[in-house]
Design a protein around this ligand. Structure first.
Ligand code: DAH
Length: 406
């Protein structure tokens, strides 16, 4: 998980169809009680449950489906058609073992915290990265593969962060003959092919975009690096990758092989490729959004490709809330606040940001003021409904986060 960004209300009885962990398994149904349980460790909200099973990456006319296909096409061109097997149907509820231990995430790693990850119970999570499937795929005999799926993270709220997003994982195993025949050190060989492959992928998607490699740390790779591309005046991290730790290969019974692996975020790439200004739009079924995307519209290098045309935004509604943090405990965190806001307002919340903070030494208390920006992608909001949402947020902040409103 990237070290840079530490990540790494409504009730519903809706059931959703997703496929089981085993490739080609029958679809299974995720019921509310499969993810919202009585376990004290459970922190999955209805807002999150309702997002499971959409499989946006499997919709051919959706930007995420289009970019997934463009990436698969690149791998077919580079390595030969079908050489990389594709898996789109891995079950998003995984064991904590698969999500963390199987890829060597240390016991005290921040990503294990319930502040960052959705726990169904203490041993089961909503996967927070597609790396959760590496070991099982390797054990199943896959040697070159792409795994695409929805991943879940508790996080702050802004235009580029949403608690559900989509990743693609790529893994490529090398046999001893491959490095022996070249005389090149296997780590050097793997790292070289990895960088070459991913730079080629970035050019396939974006054309002559500015990019740079940044050293990184991931528990599952050594060496590890991140690729950033320059977009709208800033460096945007688009993927993490590296040479797979031998321990993972050994665990899979492949101790005589080497491998590279990468993980990328489809939303990030799609926002750049199509010029989509807000991550929530990927979830919109507003025709003005959906009808702009069609299977086959991708053009290699982005040459002459149609970009998303923003339609006029509805006005935002800003609400500030000031409060004293609880004196003790850690019930208040920014992620927890965002979770409270999301559970009340769903996709109507555009941003939650800290705008003021001070300490009162006499009282020994810290005050925070957060600004919540509400905006619908689809319609104008009324004062009445925003006030009702804000009242509910305020009440939940007191009852769930233990803050004292000012
Ligand atoms: N799992 C990482 C994340 O979610 C991304 C990643 C980094 C995947 C390096 C990999 C890898 O396979 O080798 O941030």
């Amino acid at each position: 998980m990237p070290s840079t960004r530490v990540r790494f209300a409504t009730t519903s009885s809706r059931t959703v169809n997703v496929r089981a962990a085993v490739v080609n398994a029958e679809p299974v149904v995720v019921k509310r009680e499969d993810v919202i349980t009585s376990s004290p460790a459970n922190n999955v909200t209805d807002h999150i449950f309702e997002k499971i099973g959409y499989n946006l990456h499997k919709r051919a006319d959706h930007p995420l489906g289009i970019i997934k296909a463009a990436i698969a096409e690149y791998f077919d061109d580079k390595f030969g058609a079908g050489v990389f097997s594709q898996f789109d149907d891995q079950y998003p509820i995984v064991t904590a073992f698969a999500n963390f231990d199987s890829v060597l995430v240390p016991p005290d790693h921040v990503s294990r915290s319930p502040n960052d990850t959705y726990y169904v119970d203490s041993d089961t999570v909503l996967r927070c990265h597609t790396s959760a499937h590496q070991l099982e795929m390797l054990k199943g005999g896959a040697t070159k593969f792409l795994v695409t799926g929805d991943v879940y993270r508790r996080d702050s709220i802004d235009a580029t962060h949403f608690p559900v997003f989509h990743q693609m994982e790529g893994v490529r195993i090398f046999d001893a003959e491959e490095w022996e025949s070249t005389g090149v050190d296997p780590i050097v060989l793997a790292q070289g092919e990895l960088k070459d492959t991913l730079e080629g992928l970035a050019r396939h998607l974006f054309g002559e975009v500015e990019m740079r490699w940044v050293d990184a740390y991931f528990p599952f790779t050594e060496p590890s690096m991140e690729l950033e591309i320059f977009f709208k005046g800033e460096w945007l991290e688009v993927l993490g990758c590296g040479v797979m730790e031998m321990k993972i290969l050994e665990e899979a019974g492949l101790g005589d092989k080497r491998a590279w692996a990468f993980g990328l975020g489809l939303e990030r790439l799609a926002m750049v490729l199509f010029d989509v200004p807000d991550i929530r739009l990927f979830w919109s079924d507003d025709k003005r959004f959906t009808k702009q995307f069609k299977e086959g519209m991708f053009r290699a290098g982005g040459a002459g490709m149609t970009k998303f045309k923003s339609y006029s935004k509805y006005p935002p509604c800003l609400k500030d809330v000031s409060f004293w943090l609880p004196k003790e405990g850690n019930s208040f965190t920014e992620n927890n606040l965002c979770e409270v806001v999301r559970n009340v307002a769903g996709t109507l919340v555009e941003e939650v940001k800290l705008i003021d903070e001070f300490e009162n030494p006499k009282k020994g208390l810290t005050s925070n003021c957060f600004r919540i920006v509400y905006r619908s992608m689809e319609r104008s909001l009324t004062d009445e409904e925003i006030n009702a949402l804000q009242d509910q947020v305020r009440a939940d902040m007191v009852s769930k986060l233990g803050v004292e409103l000012r």
